[in-house]
Every structure is written in structure tokens, then in C-alpha cells.
Design a protein around this ligand. Structure first.
Ligand SMILES: [Zn+2]
Length: 59
């Protein structure tokens, strides 16, 4: 039985970077990863600054 690497829940359902996470922690990690990716894209001028991506960074 896999345990969530973040909260220790025994209901780990997803693997991210080879580590198991429960649905809740997995969603949080993916969300943070996505926000970071968007911030980098914005910095490189690939997307417009209409969306304030930074506002979601710490959620
Ligand atoms: Zn968890």
C-alpha cells in the first residue's frame, strides 16, 4: 500500500516525479507546478500579463 509523501494518507492514488500522493496533495502539487510554469512563460513573454498568475502561487 502506497502512502502519500506529503500528508501520510494511505490512500495515495497518483505518482508525481516517482513519489506517491493522495488525490488532495496531488492536485495541490500539480496546481503549484502549473502556476510556476505559467509564471515562467509570462516572464519569457509567451503569454500576456492579463492574467495575474502570481495571485495563485501560494494557494
Ligand atoms: Zn496527501
Amino acid at each position: 500500500m502506497l502512502k502519500c509523501s506529503a500528508c501520510g494518507s494511505s490512500r495515495a492514488t497518483v505518482l508525481i516525479n516517482g513519489r506517491p500522493y493522495c488525490t488532495y496533495c496531488g492536485a495541490k502539487i500539480l496546481r503549484n507546478h502549473l502556476v510556476r510554469t505559467l509564471i515562467n512563460m509570462k516572464r519569457e513573454g509567451l503569454i500576456t500579463s492579463i492574467i495575474r498568475v502570481e495571485d495563485y502561487a501560494d494557494a
